[in-house]
Structures are given as structure tokens and as C-alpha cells.
Design a protein around this ligand. Structure first.
Ligand code: FAD
Length: 438
């Protein structure tokens, strides 16, 4: 049963007030001390409207479908991902066997409309799904984020009807994972300096160049490639996107990048050697790919923010449990104020980052630009979560430094969130640019 179907069934059988019994707004377990006494249960809807700086009024509630989705994805992640995450990480192996399970849960087509075989859910649902997966495994969260947010996201936003009919059902069913190739060996933050070229040849295009750090580059079914189509205009103006099937002659992907974290995600270098694609594989308008790319990255940044807070909350949960179980100087370490402060700081920062992330997702669903909100969310979430994972290792002492407890994996995985889809420095540049332009 897909997450969407579970949500539909759940809607029929439970009331939203049950949310107060099990999870708080951030999806943290609240216990159910008074759950047997329904008279004492606070069933007031958690509805609060806050003004936000972008001039909108925001309702911070998740609706019923979001609450049920979070629960379903959490159960799935605990059953199908958590028990194997350490092994996949140790083996540095992308778990292809998980792909059909992700697909049957609807997680490979979260935002793809139902008419193309997807779950047709919104960005808030997407962010919650990534967060829940990241609580147990950064690698799989990165895979799902990249597939939905970048590869299929670009197709969804700028593809023709024919392209959508051809690729989106394959993407949603897990038959073809989507990759997205912008970064090159010589250009990352300065993405518009890319050197891969696409030249016209009759009605076809010929692509040449190389890409690096491409998530699921060697296990994808198709890859969206950004290439320079016009060298005679300013960098940002002459770039176009193309869909390249992995089996296309001249397209080779190699996986030999050994990483600090997210080791079970596939990260590949791609070489394009005289790759011929028809004009029907062009994605979006000629020379307009860079502007489209910036819009894709906005949603991508929301998903990396969600991944960061998931990793942070996951590490915090483990730190809390360990602090209660481990004793030093005759009492549980949780009774020492220094430990309490680390836990309190982590929780406070993660909750603040989660609010920014949910706001950015909500703005995304309202349409219009939300670059500044997405950058702020990614910046705070990635840096807060890195601090929270570091604190979790510290709370575990020596046991945090060895692989027996998962917190060291969380710390290694979360560092990516400060780098991928724009480093923290680039996010600060986006925020400052918006601020100074007012
Ligand atoms: C595991 C992983 C997965 C990835 N997946 C993908 C993918 O699927 N598709 C894809 O296209 N890319 C992907 N990337 C690439 C990622 O987006 C880039 O690594 C990132 O944007 C940074 O680019 P860079 O590595 O070239 O660093 P650089 O741009 O070389 O930056 C180096 C340092 O200089 C700083 N810097 C650069 N410019 C400025 C400036 N103007 N002011 C201040 N500081 C600056 C940076 O912040 C950084 O600290 C992935 C990367 C990793 C590690």
C-alpha cells in the first residue's frame, strides 16, 4: 500500500486529535501518560496563525494527511531501512534491493501527480518524508531527495507532456531512478561556469563534457544534464537542460568516489563523449536552463534542510536514550547539567530549523519564488544538525566515536548538508543578496 493510500485509509479511521496523543508538532514522541483518560486529552486543534517576514500569514498546522504520512514513513523507515543502514554504510553499497520497496511506498513519486503514477502530494509531505527517512539513514534520504527534488522535479516543472508521459511513470515505479547533473570538476558553487557543451547537429544535439559528484549517477535510468548551448552570451544565459538515458552511446558513469558520509548513496562521475540526443530530449527552452535550475534548487534546498533536521533529531533521540542509560559519578549522565545543556541546545536549534524548513515547504506549495526562505532553512538546518550530531557523539563519549552506536554515522552523513545543493557560504550569499536588494 502506498503512503498515499495509507493516508486515505487513515483519514477514514482516525481523528486528527490523536496527533496530540502520540506525536508533537515536530513528530517527536510525546508519550501517552494520559492517553487512557480521554477527558484529560487536549483535543484543541493546534491552529496558530503567525505573520512571517515575507508578508504572508502562515498556518503552522500540518493537515491530517501530513500527520498520517509522517507516521507511515516512520514505520517504513524503522522496519525497512534502520536495521540495514549500518551494513550498507560499511560496505559503501547502494542498496538496489530497496528501490522497489521505496517505490511501492510511493516515495519515488511523492510529488508526481497521480495521472503519471505518482502519489501527487505536496512539498510539505515531501519534506516530512525525507526527514523521517533521515532519522535513520542519510544515504537513503539523499537518494530519495535527489530523485524527487532534482531529476524528476526538473521534468515535472519544465518537461513537455510527452516527456512527462515517458519518464515520470518509470520514475514513480522505481523502474528508472533519476539523476541530475549540474556540477563539474571545475565548477560547483559557480555553476554557471560549466563547460559541458551541447551543439546542434540537424535536429539532434551532441553533448560533450564531464560531470562529478552526481547522486545515483551510476544507478540511474536517466539523467538531466545541464550543458552550454551558447558560448557567445553571458554564462548564465546560454545553458540548456537535456534528458539523457543512461544507455545512450557515449554516456558513461563510474562510481569510485569514496566519501566521508552518505556512503550508501551512489555518487558518480559522468563522462559525455559525443552523446547524441534528439531535440525531443531537450528539457525547457534553449539557453534558459540556468534560470530553471535555480528554481529546481530552491525545492532541492528544502529537501536537504529536511534531511539535516531528520539526521539531527535521529542523533538527538539516541543521545537522550544513552544519557539516561549511562552512569558516571554515581548517577545517570543525564543528571549532569553539562549533558542537559547539550541536549537542550540541540533540541532548541533543531526545532527552530524545522520551523524554517516547514515554512519554506509551505511557501513552495503556494507558488511564487521562495529562494530566500529555502536558503535560510538549509543554512540553519544543516549547521544546527551538524552541531546536534556532534553533541550526540560527545554525549556518547568513547562509544560515540566507535561504530557500535549510529551517532558517528549521523555526524558523517550530516556534513553533506552543509555542502550539497549549495554550500552554507552560497546560502548566506542568497540571503544577503535578497536582504540588500530591499
Ligand atoms: C555526496 C554529494 C552529492 C552531490 N550530488 C550532486 C548531484 O546529484 N548533482 C550535482 O549537480 N551536484 C551534486 N553535488 C555537488 C555539490 O552540489 C557541490 O559539491 C557543491 O555545490 C559545492 O561545489 P564544489 O564542490 O565545486 O565546491 P567549490 O565551489 O569549489 O567551493 C569550495 C569552497 O569555496 C567556497 N566558495 C565558493 N564560492 C564562494 C564565494 N563566492 N564566496 C564565499 N565562498 C565561496 C564554498 O562555499 C566552499 O567552501 C554533490 C556533492 C556531494 C559531496
Amino acid at each position: 500500500m502506498t503512503v498515499r493510500e495509507k493516508v486515505e485509509v487513515g483519514r477514514k479511521h482516525c481523528r486528527i486529535s490523536q496527533k496530540a496523543e502520540s506525536d508533537d508538532f515536530f513528530g517527536n514522541w510525546r508519550g501517552s501518560r494520559d492517553s487512557r483518560d480521554s477527558r484529560r486529552r487536549d483535543t484543541r486543534p493546534l491552529r496558530r496563525d503567525y505573520p512571517v517576514s515575507c508578508g504572508h500569514t502562515m498556518n503552522f498546522d500540518f493537515d491530517e494527511s501530513h500527520v498520517l504520512l509522517r507516521k507511515s514513513v516512520r514505520e517504513f523507515a524503522r522496519a525497512e531501512i534502520a536495521p540495514y543502514a549500518d551494513g550498507w554504510d560499511s560496505d559503501e553499497r547502494f542498496p538496489t534491493e530497496l528501490v522497489p520497496k521505496l517505490a511501492s511506498m510511493g516515495l519515488l513519486g511523492i510529488r508526481i501527480p497521480e495521472e503519471y503514477g505518482g502519489s501527487g502530494m505536496d512539498t510539505q509531505a515531501y519534506a516530512l518524508s525525507i526527514e523521517e527517512i533521515a532519522r535513520v539513514d542519510g544515504s537513503i534520504a539523499l537518494t530519495v531527495a535527489s530523485h524527487n527534488g532534482l531529476g524528476t522535479g526538473h521534468l515535472l516543472a519544465f518537461g513537455t507532456e510527452a516527456q512527462k508521459r515517458r519518464y515520470l511513470p518509470m520514475a514513480a515505479s522505481g523502474q528508472a531512478l533519476a539523476a541530475w547533473a549540474l556540477t563539474e570538476p571545475g565548477s560547483g558553487s559557480d555553476a554557471a561556469a560549466l563547460r559541458t557543451t551541447a551543439r546542434r547537429d540537424g535536429t539532434d544535439w551532441i553533448l560533450n563534457g564531464s560531470k562529478t559528484f552526481i547522486t545515483q549517477g551510476s544507478v540511474c535510468g536517466f539523467c538531466v544534464v545541464l550543458a552550454r548551448t551558447n558560448p557567445d552570451v553571458p554564462n548564465r544565459s546560454g545553458i540548456t537542460a537535456f534528458i539523457v538515458d543512461r544507455g545512450t552511446l557515449g554516456f558513461t558513469a563510474s562510481k569510485h568516489l569514496r566519501k566521508l558520509g552518505c556512503r550508501a548513496s551512489d555518487t558518480a562521475e559522468i563522462v559525455l563523449d559525443e552523446v547524441r540526443v534528439s531535440d525531443g530530449q531537450r528539457l525547457g527552452d534553449v539557453d534558459h536552463g540556468f534560470a530553471d535550475t535555480m528554481r529546481i534548487l530552491d525545492r532541492g534546498r528544502v529537501s536537504i534542510a529536511a534531511m539535516a533536521i531528520g539526521l539531527g533529531y535521529g542523533a538527538l533521540d539516541k543521545a537522550v536514550a544513552y544519557a539516561k542509560a549511562r552512569s558516571a559519578f554515581g548517577k545517570p549522565i543525564a543528571a549532569h547539567q553539562a549533558i542537559q545543556w547539550m541536549l537542550a541546545d540541540s533540541k532548541t536549534e533543531l526545532d527552530a530549523a524545522a520551523l524554517l524548513t516547514y515554512r519554506a515547504a509551505w511557501l513552495s506549495d503556494r507558488g511564487g519564488r521562495y529562494s530566500e526562505a529555502a536558503s535560510m532553512a538549509k543554512l540553519l538546518a544543516s549547521e544546527s544538525a551538524t552541531r546536534a550530531c556532534n553533541a550526540a557523539v560527545q554525549v556518547h563519549g568513547g562509544y560515540g566515536y566507535v561504530r557500535e552506536f549510529d551517532v558517528e554515522r549521523h555526524l558523517r552523513d550530516v556534513k553533506l548538508c552543509e555542502i550539497g545543493e549549495g554550500t552554507s557560504e552560497i546560502q548566506r550569499m542568497v540571503v544577503a543578496k535578497n536582504l540588500l536588494a530591499r
